[in-house]
Design a protein around this ligand. Structure first.
Ligand code: NAD
Length: 518
């Protein structure tokens, strides 16, 4: 049985004392301080590179969630009344603190998620862009004003915060995805409850401490850890007005259906199967570099990873050869090895599930060009798997029909561009896609007709910059608004339209007719 070693935060003690036999306990963050959970339940946190249990994280009860929501609700009136210039000042301080602590946050990501430092630093950088966007909140909240809409009547729109809002986030971006949500949410004047992934929860607490240091008032940002109990308590809590979710498609659908049933505004981003179409005129080396980088970066645990290369016509043989030739050079290893380019999978179970798709692919007729289970680290204590490449994959195979979310790249060969687009459009997911070609007309046609939310033209991972919004189509997103950027501001605010008149009392009279503008 794991012992409770200390009540300090993950930031103040990222590892137990050597030989102490103690495991760090990660608590909730409510009202600007670390709060021990009352449920008695907890979950394990591993170092995926070693397979060692390093921490236990509290799992919130319904009462724990309620305590956080009450605290956030109490903080809301003062926070929404805080001037835009004061909110901006705090956001700039948050921005600077996150910037100063990039390496500390990245180290927590490496320790619990397993991603290598260069990748972890990239995650923090892309998250930070959302905080930078939110520092422009005075401009972002400006509404329209129509003078003299009718004689002596002005009409204007203002955007007001919703109240307490919540974010539920996945394991694969423990810092960036929370930043997608809370930066805009609090900038708009809401108070926020974060339920991070239970697999790698420490970054959220570290960030909470930075927010406090930046001067964010107590109760504006809170973290509750946990599993379905905490999630359901959030979805059902009457004081929570909106829920942002990022995770797998079955849970996204559940979050959307349950949250909206309880009267909440919900945006729920789900899983993906991202196709990269390579036309016969593409630069084969450039396409191979892009496919390898986008498929195996972060061990394929990215919702925007390329998981399928669609090789059109006679580009297939040279492309598969070019991809295969790059695979032996990929350095798989722990984040503590500065030369490592690809780390482990997040858990042993996930690693084994990813590996099972190599078997099913082979059994169903795919050609296993490279089998990641042959990598020496795949038989060690860490949750490693080498890179895998499956060729001649076809729709209907289990490996094609499922989101693998691991370092397995599949190649589907099609004779023409038309069949490539049909393949992408028939897929139930619509998160990201890319086309590699030198033909501007073909790229433009692809952008016109592909049924996917984020499209790259010779760009394999087209994650929008923070001043656009992120979101897929079809089973990759449930809800009406995409996440962060302008649509994030819209999601976290109500619009209110005011029609005003300051008449000369001498002109006032009773008129039961419908008000006219002319
Ligand atoms: P997940 O769906 O298992 O978990 C996401 C969150 O939901 C976690 O906080 C988890 O605690 C909670 N959760 C899990 N099971 C639940 C249940 N039964 N009831 C209520 N809550 C539950 O996802 P994950 O494995 O953490 O993350 C990987 C998935 O996220 C992949 O499918 C990936 O494509 C997707 N993802 C999507 C995007 C996007 O922007 N579309 C971005 C990142 C990740």
């Amino acid at each position: 049985m794991t012992q409770v070693a200390e009540t300090g935060s993950a930031r103040s003690g990222a590892a137990p004392a050597a030989g102490s036999g103690e495991t760090i306990r990660i608590h909730h963050w409510i009202g600007g301080r670390s709060v021990e959970g009352a449920s008695g339940r907890s979950g394990p946190v591993y170092n995926p590179a070693t397979g060692v249990l390093t921490k236990q994280v509290d799992f919130a009860s319904v009462e724990d969630v309620d305590a956080a929501v009450r605290t956030a609700a109490e903080a809301f009136p003062a926070w929404r009344a805080t001037s835009l210039s004061k909110r901006t000042e705090i956001l700039f301080k948050i921005r600077n603190l996150v910037d100063q602590h990039r390496a500390d946050i990245a180290a927590l990501l490496t320790a619990e998620h397993g991603k290598v430092p260069s990748d972890a630093l990239g995650e923090v950088a892309r998250g930070l862009e959302n905080i930078e966007f939110a520092t422009g909140i005075p401009h972002l909240l400006k509404g329209g004003f129509s003078e003299q809409a009718s004689t002596g009547v002005d009409v204007y729109q203002i955007r007001q915060p919703l109240g307490v809002v919540a974010g539920i986030t996945p394991f694969n971006f423990p810092a960036m995805v929370p930043m997608w949500m809370f930066a805009n949410a609090i900038a708009c004047g809401n108070t926020f409850i974060l339920k991070p992934s239970e697999k790698d929860p420490s970054a959220s607490i570290f960030i909470a401490e930075l927010l406090k240091e930046a001067g964010l008032p107590e109760g504006v940002f809170n973290v509750v850890h946990g599993d379905k109990v905490a999630v359901d308590a959030i979805l059902e809590h009457p004081a929570i007005k909106a829920v942002s979710f990022v995770g797998s498609t079955p849970i996204a659908r559940y979050i959307y259906e349950t949250g909206t049933k309880h009267g909440k505004r919900v945006q729920a981003l789900g899983g993906a199967k991202n196709h990269m179409v390579v036309l016969p005129d593409a630069d084969v080396d450039m396409a191979a570099d892009a496919a390898v980088s986008a498929a195996y970066g972060s061990s394929g645990e990215r919702c925007m990873a390329i998981s399928v290369v669609v090789a059109v016509g006679d580009v297939a043989d040279p492309l598969v050869e070019a991809i295969q030739s790059r695979l032996p050079k990929i350095k798989v290893g722990p984040g503590t090895d500065p030369s490592a380019e690809m780390g482990p999978l997040v858990t042993r179970e996930h690693r084994d599930k990813v590996a099972s798709f190599i078997d099913s692919g082979a059994a169903q007729g795919a050609t296993v060009v490279e089998d990641g289970r042959d990598h020496p680290l795949a038989s060690g204590d860490g949750f490693f798997l080498g890179v895998s490449l499956l060729d001649n994959v076809k729709p209907g195979m289990d490996s094609y029909e499922n989101e693998i979310f691991g370092p397995v790249l599949e190649v589907v060969r099609v004779p023409t561009y038309t069949e490539a687009v049909e393949l992408v459009n028939e897929n139930p997911y619509g998160n990201g896609t890319a086309i590699f070609t030198r033909d501007g007309g073909a790229a433009r046609q692809f952008q016109f007709e592909v049924e996917v939310g984020m499209v790259g033209i010779n760009v394999p991972i087209p994650v929008p910059v923070a001043y656009y919004s992120f979101g897929g189509w079809k089973s990759s997103l449930f809800g009406d608004t995409h996440m962060y950027g302008p649509e994030g501001i819209q999601f976290y605010t109500h619009a209110k339209v005011v029609t005003s008149r300051w008449p000369d009392p001498g002109t006032s009279k009773v008129d039961l007719g419908f008000p006219r503008t002319r």
